[in-house]
Every structure is written in structure tokens, then in C-alpha cells.
Write a protein that binds this ligand. Structure first.
Ligand code: ADP
Ligand code: ZN
Length: 737
């Protein structure tokens, strides 16, 4: 009936056109889609909505841009629902647009990163509570008296909260409720974390930390966009210093975001934060339970959570009033996302701050070349903390020349390293042996025919995992039981493991130190909870020798650790990555920095076949400045980032010919632009992943080249993408595999 009359009116009168709004939906489309706004509803840009898309209902966000008058609203589908949550503000929308344009990603995919917790869009249900209604109970027992004293202020309580506060059982309260002494009220659910108190613990800065903090506080009080880089060795008090910046921002009534790599593992950090501010920050990372994630999302949006400590994706949380971003370990490759939307959270943090006009503090013991160059150019302010706090000395670092002091046959630990491990254990201290390779051996081959075990779907060797009795592909996860015969020649028991992984080092250690408590720590342990426990156990001295991958390198504080041995300092030096030297320097500094954090004399030993290599020399001389100077000159000479710009394009397809053909087509479609050139297509070093053949193009431009325009035009004019072909664009690539 109703429908009929409406269409009748539509014909009789010229009813006002329904409003049409652009909505970004999670689709790889270059622009927003148009949707009709149901009658009687006004919808502002930024509103989070549910819309029909094909047969599904999806979450989208109303975008900017005027009404699209070229479409007939009658032909459009209507917005189904507007969620009851704060809209994404103008700065956030500008930021998301900026990220999409810079990374050459569909804006809908970028917007989706801000909407990662769909159920959070509706408010949490209210919880039942009680409020004193002003009546006296019939009989005033001592227990009832206590309750009334507490509740007399007329504030709302939960039943259990009131019982607990008055020290009575809930049945006492039930009795009072029955008599009508309390009225029922509904309370908003409690915040996930209490508000941090900037004055909870006193600031305790000493020496150069004070000056550093003052410099940062000055830029905070000036307000507006500003980038500082706190550069100081591990243990110099960088965290203490940026805690002051956080306190100041909280006093200004604004929210703070701390980005940390491997936040899930740094329980230690959360406790330190609590000691300073009286409560923990909100946590954000992929290991949170869905329900918790949703709560964090919502409470960040409503402003209930004041400080978030999170992994890179926290950058896309819809803060109500963000006033500071800290990027700790700013050099860390984990800030780069290499999936769908390829972005570097450190760089995008700076963009978000510039758009909204607030400061950013980057923090590192080994800052990236990019950030150092920004300091030299005066774009960022460098704040230097030259020494470790108090009596904690840096470890004494030495190279072990593996050509002169080789391990015994079949081993990987040089006699010098073994002796030092023995001494540390004897003193009741801990040793860390670092090798960035999971499993037992990176390669297995047949001694008779030379067959190498390779993944059937990837161009990578299968890694033996002896604890699990498997050989595994670290690219795609393919695995099979460790064979005992060669599939090629059929010979039994002639397979040989080549090279070491952490499990193999553990075997060697156990042979030499059968009585020591040895612990292997890698992501194979499985589960963040388990890892956190193991890390705690190490900090409590429950292991003598720890053999670990880079998981142990990040931010942990192990008081008893006085020896760090690097099994293979040369790994990563020759992998064709323009940042290979920088990365190796950073990783080795970070790992050796685990030693001697509490004043004991400590030692770092690096096994290398290239003792003369500039990275090795820089590490033992402790002259980071000279290393960076040289590295920056090299980059400038080769016009590599940040002096030149790179965009990497990976074309993958089911067949090699298709991938190569499409990549060639893209190259031919490239516009001519002085200053920009294309390398490739060439088969990628990882030529095959999950059965997909990969070809790479590398676009190299000048610092001021418009790389995005160039690549966009190349993609538009190039061969059309077919279903079987995938093109991944990576602006400012970190990985060259
Ligand atoms: P970084 O972040 O540079 O590695 P931290 O801030 O973690 O350094 O400081 C290293 C250690 O020294 C921590 O255990 C910290 O508690 C302690 N520390 C640093 N500065 C001070 C200070 N001013 N007073 C007391 N302890 C400090
Ligand atoms: Zn594989």
C-alpha cells in the first residue's frame, strides 16, 4: 500500500531528488561508489555505513565530494544503515586519501584499514547498575549501614562494585534492592584501560636526558607539526625521554600513539609504561582477541583510551584527538607492510602528523639513513643521547675471523666463542647466540646425486625442522615429513643437511655444554603467549644459553646476559638489497646491545669471514657516525633512496610466459620522462611463490620525480590485467626479492 502511494506521488509531483553520496567500499575501485541516502536521513562525510554491494552487505565510509548529479538516484541502491559511532574526521579522510594516492592503492582498501573492527561500530551494550534512591531500609543492619554510607553520594554503582567497596556480600545489596532502597540505572561499560596519569610517577631524567627532553617539550609547547629523531645507544634512556613527551601531551588533553615493532612481545614495555603513568596503554596488534580489538577501536574513537601502543596498523585507528606519535625503533623493517596496501608506517606517521598539525618523535639506536638525511637537511631535529644510563657500559665487541679460527669439523661455533660461552655459564651469567635462521638446516641435499629439496610451489629450498621431523617451505608453509631416501635417485640414508639453523646450533651447544640449560627461541615456538613466557623466563635467569632469531633482539632487557655471540655476521650482506649494509649494521648493533644492560662487564663476539668489511669495522670501532657518513655518500653517489626514488612492480601469473609478457607490456607502455628509468623486467630472485611466477620491474627516479604519475600512466596505458595476472606496486620498496 505504502509503496503504491509513494510511486503515485512520484508521478504526480516532482519530488525532491534523493541525496546521493560517495561511499568508499572495500573494493579495488579507483574512486568511491554512489549510494542514495534514505529519506529523512542526513549523512555527513566520514559517517560509517553499511551498504549493499552485489549480493552482500559491506561496511563503507561516506567520502568527500559533492553530490553526483549525473546519476539517477532511483537507479542507485540505498545506504542500509548508519553506525552509531564517531565519523572519521576530515584529517583522517585527508590522510587516507593521501596514503592511497602515494602508495597507488585503491582508496577503498586504504579506508578499510581504518575500519578493521566492524562489530565495534555499534556501541557496547550498557551494563546494569544501581543508584541510591534516598529511602531508608526497614531494618538497618551494620552491613546495610556500610552499603548506605558508600552509596549515599548518589553515584551509580555496579552491584558487585558496590558490594566490594562496602565489604559485604552481594546478597546484602539484593535485600536492599528488594526494598526499593536502590533504583536501577544503566551505565556505559567501563573503559578497557584506566586513563594514564601524567603525574603518576615523577620524571627521573639525568644528564643529557634532561636536555633531550627539554628540546622535545619545547617543540611540543610551540605546537604544530614537527619531527624529532631521538638517536642514542640502547640503554641511553630514550624511552625515559619520550615518556616526558607523552606526559606533556596527556596534560594538553590529547591522545598519544606509540608505534613499536613486535609490540605483542614487549610485555616489559607495557609494565614500564604502567610504572610511569599508573595504568597500561591500550594495545593494538594482530594477536588481540577480536572482542578486545573492537573495544580498543571504539574507545580510541570515543577518546576513552588516551594512549595506544601498537603495531604499524595502529596508525589507522580513528583517534578522537591525536596529539603525538612516537615511532620507536623507527629503522625497523617491520614498519613496512608488504601486503595489499604497501606502506611504511614510519613515513605515513609523519604524513598523518603533518596533515593534523602535531609532532612526531622517531626513536632509534641505529636510525635509518632516510631519517638521518632528513636531519642533515634540517627537516627533522636530531636529539642525541651519547651514552648508556648510569654504570651500564656498552659490551666489549670483537670480531672472530672464521678463516683463522674455524670451528671443528661439522660445527659452526669457533673455539673462541665456545670458550667464552663456557666462561659466562660458569659465572652464572647468560649467553645469547644469535642466528637469524629458523629450523635445523636451510638446505638438504642428496650426497649421491646432488638432488636439492625444493618447494614444489616456490623457488626456495625446503628447510629442515628436526624437532618437528619435517622439511618446510618458509615462503608458503608447504611441508612434508623429513624423507630418508632421495626422491631422485632413491638412495637411502645419504641425505645431508647443509648450513646451520638455530636448532642445529642448539645441538652443537648441547654437545659442548650438556649441563647448561639451553633454550631455542624463534617464531616456531608458536603463539605470542608462549613466546612472552619464554622471554620472561630468560629475563628471570631460567636459561643459561639462549639460541635465538631476531625475536630476541627487539627491545628486551635481560639483566644476566653478558655474552652475545653472532653466529654468522655476514648473513644479509650480499643479497642485492641496496640497504644490505645498513640493515646488517642495525641488526648487529641491536643484538649486541642486548648484552650488559645492567652494569656487568659484557662481551659481544661476531663470527665473520669478512672482518675488513666496513660494517664489521663500524660495529667494533663503535664509530656509527663514520659508518653512516660513508653509507650516505654511497647512496647519494648511486642516487638511491633517499637521494633517488624507487618503485618496484611485481607481475605474477600462473605461467612464466604470461608474467614475463605482461611485465614487458608494462615497460613498453611507460611514458618517456627525463630522470626516470626502468630496470627489468627480470625474473624476481624469488621467481616462484605458491605456484605463481614472478617478474620484477624497478622504476628509478630522482628525488623530485613524480613517480606516482609515471607509474599510474604506465599501468593505465599498459596491457589490461586479466584474472590470472596480478600486479603489485611497491612505492619505496624495502624488499627486493
Ligand atoms: P633506551 O630506550 O635508550 O634503550 P631506556 O629508556 O630503556 O633506554 O633505559 C635503559 C634502562 O635504564 C632502563 O632500565 C631504564 O629504566 C633505566 N634508566 C634510564 N634512564 C634512567 C633514569 N634517569 N633514572 C633511572 N633509570 C633510568
Ligand atoms: Zn613454498
Amino acid at each position: 500500500m505504502k509503496d503504491d502511494s509513494e510511486s503515485l506521488f512520484g508521478e504526480l509531483f516532482d519530488t525532491p531528488r534523493r541525496k546521493v553520496v560517495p561511499v568508499l567500499v572495500p573494493m579495488p575501485a579507483p574512486t568511491a561508489y554512489s549510494y542514495a541516502v534514505p529519506d529523512g536521513l542526513t549523512i555527513e562525510p566520514g559517517a560509517i555505513v553499511q551498504v549493499p554491494l552485489g549480493p552482500r552487505q559491506v561496511i563503507g565510509v561516506v567520502w568527500d565530494g559533492g553530490e553526483n548529479t549525473s546519476v539517477d538516484p532511483k537507479k542507485l541502491r540505498e545506504i542500509t544503515k548508519v553506525f552509531d559511532c564517531p565519523p572519521l574526521d576530515q584529517d583522517m579522510r585527508t590522510f587516507l586519501d593521501w596514503v592511497a594516492a602515494y602508495t597507488l592503492s585503491p582508496p577503498g582498501y586504504v579506508a578499510r584499514m581504518a575500519l578493521r573492527a566492524p562489530a565495534a561500530l555499534d556501541p557496547d551494550p550498557m551494563i546494569e547498575g544501581l543508584r541510591y534512591a534516598g529511602y531508608e531500609p526497614e531494618r538497618l543492619t551494620p552491613a546495610r549501614q556500610k552499603v548506605l554510607e558508600i552509596a549515599a553520594d548518589g553515584l551509580s554503582w555496579t552491584k558487585s562494585g558496590l558490594a566490594h567497596a562496602s565489604g559485604v556480600s552481594t546478597s546484602v545489596i539484593d535485600g536492599l534492592v528488594k526494598q526499593g532502597v536502590f533504583e536501577q540505572v544503566f551505565l556505559p561499560p567501563p573503559p578497557l584501560v584506566a586513563a594514564p596519569d601524567p603525574d603518576y610517577a615523577e620524571s627521573r631524567l639525568a644528564g643529557p636526558q634532561k636536555e633531550a627532553a627539554e628540546e622535545i617539550l619545547q617543540s611540543l609547547s610551540k605546537g604544530g607539526f614537527h619531527v624529532s629523531l631521538i638517536d642514542g645507544v640502547t640503554g641511553s634512556g630514550k624511552t625515559e625521554v619520550y615518556f616526558e613527551a607523552i606526559a606533556e601531551t596527556l596534560k594538553q588533553g590529547k591522545q598519544v600513539l606509540i608505534l613499536l615493532p613486535e609490540i605483542a612481545l614487549t610485555a616489559n614495555f607495557l609494565e614500564r609504561f604502567q610504572d610511569r603513568f599508573g595504568s597500561k596503554p591500550g594495545e593494538w596488534h594482530s594477536d588481540l582477541a577480536t572482542r578486545t580489538r573492537e573495544k580498543v577501536w571504539r574507545q580510541v574513537a570515543t577518546g576513552e583510551i588516551r594512549v595506544v601502543a601498537g603495531a604499524r596498523s595502529a596508525l589507522f585507528l580513528p583517534f578522537e584527538n591525536l596529539g603525538l606519535i612516537i615511532v620507536d625503533e623507527e629503522h625497523d623493517p617491520a614498519f613496512k607492510q608488504e601486503d595489499r596496501v604497501f606502506y611504511n608506517a614510519r613515513d605515513m606517521a609523519v604524513v598523518r602528523a603533518r596533515i593534523a598539525g602535531f609532532p612526531v618523535v622517531l626513536v632509534s639506536a641505529t636510525p635509518s639513513v632516510e631519517s638521518q638525511v632528513n636531519c642533515i637537511a634540517g627537516r627533522y631535529t636530531r636529539i642525541h643521547l651519547p651514552t648508556r644510563f648510569a654504570d651500564a657500559a656498552m659490551p666489549d665487541l670483537h670480531l672472530i675471523d672464521m678463516r683463522r679460527a674455524p670451528p671443528e669439523r661439522g660445527g659452526f661455533l669457533s673455539p673462541i666463542l665456545l670458550r667464552s660461552v663456557g666462561q659466562a655459564v660458569e659465572r652464572g651469567e647468560q649467553a645469547l647466540l644469535f642466528l637469524n635462521r629458523r629450523g635445523y638446516a636451510p638446505l638438504t641435499l642428496c650426497r649421491v646425486c646432488g638432488h636439492r629439496f625444493q618447494c614444489p610451489q616456490c623457488s626456495s629450498w625446503l628447510v629442515e625442522h628436526r624437532f618437528r621431523g619435517q622439511i618446510q617451505c618458509h615462503q608458503c608453509g608447504y611441508h612434508e615429513p623429513t624423507p630418508n631416501a632421495c626422491p631422485e635417485c632413491g638412495t637411502l640414508d645419504h641425505l645431508v643437511a647443509c648450513g646451520p639453523g638455530v636448532e642445529r646450533i642448539a645441538e652443537e651447544v648441547e654437545k659442548h655444554f650438556p649441563d647448561a640449560r639451553t633454550l631455542v627461541l624463534s617464531s616456531d615456538i608458536g603463539g605470542v603467549k608462549r613466546l612472552r613466557l619464554e622471554l620472561e623466563a630468560i629475563a628471570n635467569g631460567e636459561a643459561d644459553i639462549v639460541i635465538g632469531t631476531q625475536l630476541v633482539a627487539k627491545g628486551h632487557n635481560f639483566p644476566l646476559m653478558t655474552l652475545v655471540g653472532i653466529i654468522d655476521a655476514d648473513i644479509g650482506l650480499s643479497n642485492g638489497d641496496p640497504r644490505a649494509a645498513e640493515r646488517t649494521f642495525q641488526l648487529l648493533s641491536q643484538v649486541t646491545g642486548r648484552a650488559g644492560r645492567t652494569g656487568r662487564k659484557s662481551l659481544g663476539l661476531l663470527q665473520t669471514f669478512q672482518p675488513q668489511h666496513p660494517v664489521m669495522q663500524a660495529i667494533i670501532s663503535g664509530d656509527a657516525a663514520a659508518f653512516y657518513e660513508r653509507e650516505i655518500l654511497e647512496r647519494e653517489r648511486a642516487q638511491l633512496p633517499p637521494f633517488g626514488r624507487l618503485v618496484s612492480i611485481i607481475v605474477s601469473a600462473d605461467s612464466r610466459a604470461e608474467a614475463e609478457g605482461h611485465a614487458r607490456g608494462l615497460r613498453q607502455a611507460a611514458p618517456h620522462e627525463s630522470g626516470i628509468m626502468i630496470l627489468g623486467p627480470a625474473e624476481a630472485p624469488l621467481a616462484l611463490i605458491r605456484g605463481r611466477h614472478r617478474f620484477r620491474l624497478l622504476v628509478h627516479g630522482r628525488r623530485n620525480s613524480d613517480m606516482q604519475a609515471f607509474v599510474r600512466s604506465m599501468l593505465e596505458r599498459g596491457p589490461k590485467e586479466r584474472r590470472s595476472i596480478q600486479v603489485q606496486v611497491d612505492v619505496d620498496p624495502q624488499s627486493f626479492l
